[in-house]
Design a protein around this ligand. Structure first.
Ligand SMILES: Cc1cc2nc3c(=O)[nH]c(=O)nc-3n(C[C@H](O)[C@H](O)[C@H](O)COP(=O)(O)OP(=O)(O)OC[C@H]3O[C@@H](n4cnc5c(N)ncnc54)[C@H](O)[C@@H]3O)c2cc1C
Length: 485
């Protein structure tokens, strides 16, 4: 017997989670299917985490419209979902006349799009903001309302809020086939079958394959990899704004971010790959980052790199009538739609920025596609509370800390001062893996990268999930940490 649902979302990345949250405002039965063991483990966990103002988006595009709205409402969204962020501002730096012209063009674009607080500044102001910068900066585009956020914090908050508002999430479950029935869709997973009135694919790198399970091929995603380096919080104060360089000659610039957690993030690179993205970094990319980072910030302490990781961009290309890939790459957000089947395909930057707005936009499209408009719930709760952080409460509000259970005083991760209470709460909220704990609490993200706390976290997961410790994984099936003797 197929499980009936009204809207079925495939993919619990940040975009699937925000779409679910937006739809959960309505009296609808919503199911989200995710093939991995946790939400936000695809593109949504490995990116730069910048909330852009949209100064370089093409006027009239969906990206421009959503980005402008998202930027204006970002702090309110974070207040609603209790998500930490920083308003760092962004300096896009130029080192010569060619790059100067590009910056001027972007500023004119911001002005004509009525994007506030984006202007050109000169070297005196730039060096007063960022004294560690190398010599020779000529100008900077200063986007004052740029924010940084942990992308998975935002995605997990949307997941928790959608769940609290009645959405059902099915993790570790992969959609393997979809068939159109008369007025609904039969969706087969590796575990069960669903019958849904509407389907929304938010499949990240697999969005093209999902579309092609039901509809004629139109777009193919060609993944392109990117490498990043993470520096210890020790270097966090080296810069105060997101810094990016507009190259003087053709080629890629560089971006350095003071993250919401107080680390420095250097990257991304751009690297073509053959076949599927396997998550591995490339030595060449990492060396390029070190070279460029040191060029921009001569005092950048390369010995303070604590981690590297890779990401993949879902680059969308149109197919011709014979199904061959053309060189036409799509620039705007694309939502394919056919008879109640919706597919959000090829969403790159600024997907994190626009996650909430895209969710609302998609929900609106889906709601309007029903013959009888579903009613809004009267009991929708837009807010969600984050897990209390012992490290913050210790300094800012010891009284609040004393009201929590004593487990919030038992430190498990020494680098980031994460307590047992936080880890237990993360498990209660849906963490099954070591990385799931890391994303929800920060445990294992510090200098020792879990060297000290991993064993304790494994034990807590095993005991509280009533699972054999040998079955606990780093981030899903196949990444078991301990080998059974
Ligand atoms: C290098 C890089 C840097 C970026 N930097 C920024 C930035 O600074 N600011 C910004 O705004 N945006 C940025 N972005 C864009 C942003 O990260 C993405 O737009 C966003 O994360 C996409 O989210 P998603 O939910 O579509 O994809 P994903 O997070 O990949 O989610 C898709 C989900 O679908 C699941 N899935 C796929 N197939 C199936 C199936 N058959 N059955 C069940 N589940 C399935 C996958 O497991 C996955 O969890 C960046 C992107 C990249 C690549």
């Amino acid at each position: 017997m197929a499980r009936k649902t009204e809207v079925l979302i495939i993919g619990a990345g940040i975009l699937g989670c925000f779409a679910a949250r937006a739809l959960s405002r309505y009296k609808l039965d919503i199911s989200v299917i995710e093939k991995e063991a946790d939400v936000c483990t695809g593109i949504s966990k490995a990116n730069t985490g910048i909330i852009y103002q949209g100064y370089d988006q093409h006027h009239g595009s969906l990206k421009a419209e959503l980005c402008k709205r998202a930027s204006a409402s970002f702090s309110a969204l974070c207040a609603e979902l209790d998500v930490a962020y920083k308003r760092t501002g962004l300096l896009m730096l130029s080192f010569g006349p060619n790059a100067d012209k590009v910056l001027e063009k972007k500023i004119r674009n911001a002005e004509s799009g009525a994007i506030p607080n984006v202007h050109l500044i000169g070297p005196q102001e730039i060096y007063s903001f960022e004294p560690s910068l190398r010599d020779g900066v000529t100008h900077a585009l200063y986007a004052e309302d740029t924010y940084v956020v942990n992308p998975w914090d935002l995605g997990i908050a949307a997941f928790e809020n959608a769940k609290a508002n009645g959405t059902s999430f099915y993790l570790n479950e992969e959609v393997i086939n979809i068939r159109k029935e008369s007025d609904s869709f039969l969706i087969e997973t590796n575990k069960q079958t669903f019958l849904a009135k509407r389907v929304l694919c938010c499949g990240g790198l697999k969005a093209d394959m999902l579309w092609e399970m039901v509809c004629r091929p139109m777009i193919r995603l060609i993944p392109q990899a990117a490498d990043y380096l993470v520096f210890d919080t020790y270097c966090g104060n080296l810069i105060h704004h997101v810094l990016s360089v507009e190259p003087e000659e053709k080629g890629d610039g560089i971006t350095i971010v003071p993250t919401a957690d107080g680390n420095l993030l250097l990257g991304p690179t751009r690297r073509d790959i053959i076949g599927e993205f396997d998550g591995s970094t490339a030595l060449k990319g990492l060396s390029e980052l070190k070279k460029k980072g040191k060029w921009l910030l001569p005092d950048l302490p390369l010995e303070q790199v604590i981690r590297s990781f890779a990401a993949a961009r879902p680059n969308p290309f149109t197919l011709d009538k014979n199904g061959e890939i053309t060189d036409k790459s799509l620039k705007d957000f694309v939502i394919l739609e056919e008879d109640g089947f919706f597919d959000l395909i090829g969403v790159k930057t600024p997907g994190i920025t626009c996650a909430n707005e895209l969710g609302l936009h998609l929900a609106d499209k889906i709601i309007r596609s029903f013959e009888r408009t579903p009613e809004l719930k009267t009991d929708f709760v837009p807010t969600r509370k984050a897990i209390p952080k012992t490290s913050e409460l210790l300094n800012k509000n010891p009284e609040a800390l004393s009201l929590l259970s004593p487990e919030y005083l038992e430190i498990i991760c020494r680098c980031k001062n994460v307590s047992k209470g936080e880890i237990l709460e993360a498990i209660k909220r849906g963490a099954f893996t070591v990385d799931g704990i890391k994303r929800r609490t920060g445990a294992g993200m510090g200098r020792c990268q879990g060297g000290y706390c991993m064993e304790k976290i494994l034990k807590l997961l095993s005991e509280n999930l009533d699972t054999d410790i040998y079955q606990i994984t780093k981030d899903g099936i196949g990444s078991e940490i301990l080998k059974k003797p």
